[in-house]
Design a binder for this molecule. Structure first.
Ligand code: 9MR
Length: 349
């Protein structure tokens, strides 16, 4: 009787394993063996309304960034009234599927509520508002949100500190303060600076380097840099320069992340463009895998069904790994191949 039960259990296990051959081949399984996290920005409304999209995220990714759910105007729509509905939904989804969460974003000059941008505040009042915002949000998710994009896009195209609502209102030290306040609220969290257009070489990349080097010198608790990587086929950094940039950031003691990659195409996307897009994704992932301090690779959305590109760049889109029917594109297969090769060589070592 006992033996029969064992045999039945074994055959059931074999049947189940046979029914799920893809599990070993998902991006997240391969990324784990390769030693990095594979992430995406998540659309919280879609998680609620689109079950196939939610399943896709849980199957392929092990790191989620809130595309909008944790931004200032969503979390604190009125002064002192915090709304965590969307942020909670995101964190709970991630926990249910053993995914890490990257909190996005604490101090940024966009998606700020009117009460803040239209208000008249002294420097001290503004600093107190930011401190309270950070304290409330970060404390709520202490131990549950593994990393935070503390600050984003603070460097201008010319490499200098961007003049923003925050730099005007508090002064240039708002960045060092934001890192300190975040660290106080969750001393275990990995704290990142996140920007676009400085992934490879150039003035902006140098400006970002100088900024984070300065923060390190001042003793600010900054641990990583997110290189966003919003690209097009005509406008993308060279992978070799991305690698060099990651290495110089690593020499400062900083981890790096490809934090928001997408590659916009002209619509309708041609097969040649989809192939070139796949090559770009592969190259950037390879650059990340070549630098031990590059710890995660995230795309800004998973499926072309939900992407910011068509809204912001009419006539362009098809920028992500899955199409509008949630079907894998050449870019997905390219990423999977690179992760697979890296996972296999990691196992050999
Ligand atoms: O994808 C986000 C889009 O839904 C918002 O409307 C937009 C508001 O500016 O922000 C987009 O996400 C941005 C991210 O938060 C920071 N880096 C650039 C991203 C694309 O604009």
């Amino acid at each position: 009787m006992f033996l029969r039960a064992v045999v039945m259990a074994a055959s059931l296990a074999a049947t189940l394993a046979g029914a799920l051959p893809a599990a070993a081949d998902t991006l997240r399984t391969l990324a784990e063996s390769a030693g990095i996290r594979i992430g995406t920005a998540a659309n919280v409304d879609a998680l609620d309304t689109d079950a196939a999209y939610a399943r896709l995220l849980a199957r392929e990714f092990d790191l989620l960034t809130a595309e909008n759910a944790m931004k200032f105007s969503v979390v604190q729509p009125e002064r002192g009234r915090f709304d965590f509905t969307q942020a909670d939904a995101l964190v709970e989804f991630a926990e249910a599927h053993a995914m890490q969460v990257n909190g996005h974003v604490l101090v940024w000059h966009q998606q700020l509520p009117d009460w803040l941008t239209q208000g008249q505040f002294s420097r001290d009042e503004l600093a107190a508002i930011l401190r309270e915002h950070i304290r409330t949000l970060v404390t709520r998710y202490r131990g549950r949100v593994a990393s935070w994009d503390v600050a984003a896009e603070a460097v201008d195209e010319d490499g200098r500190l961007r003049e923003t609502f925050w730099s005007r209102g508090i002064g240039p030290d708002y960045l060092a303060l934001a890192f300190r306040w975040t660290h106080e609220a969750d001393p275990q969290a990995h704290l990142r600076y996140n920007d676009y257009g400085g992934e490879g070489g150039g003035v902006k990349s140098d400006g970002i380097y100088d900024l984070v080097a300065g923060l390190r010198r001042k003793g600010a608790p900054i641990h990583g840099v997110g290189l966003q990587m919003h690209a097009s086929l005509k406008d993308a950094p060279r992978a070799s320069e991305v690698r060099i940039n990651m290495k110089r950031l690593a020499a400062l003691g900083l981890q790096t992340h490809i934090s928001e990659m997408d590659v916009m195409l002209s619509l309708p996307a041609s097969r040649a463009d989809l192939r070139a897009q796949a090559a770009l994704y592969r190259d950037m992932l390879q650059a990340c895998l070549a630098v031990p301090q590059c710890r995660s690779f995230s795309t800004w959305g998973a499926s072309d069904r939900y992407s910011w590109i068509p809204e912001f760049f009419p006539g362009r889109g098809a920028a992500l790994l899955f199409d509008t029917d949630l079907q894998p594109k050449p870019a997905y297969r390219g990423i999977r191949k690179v992760l697979g090769a890296s996972a296999a060589s990691a196992r050999r070592h």
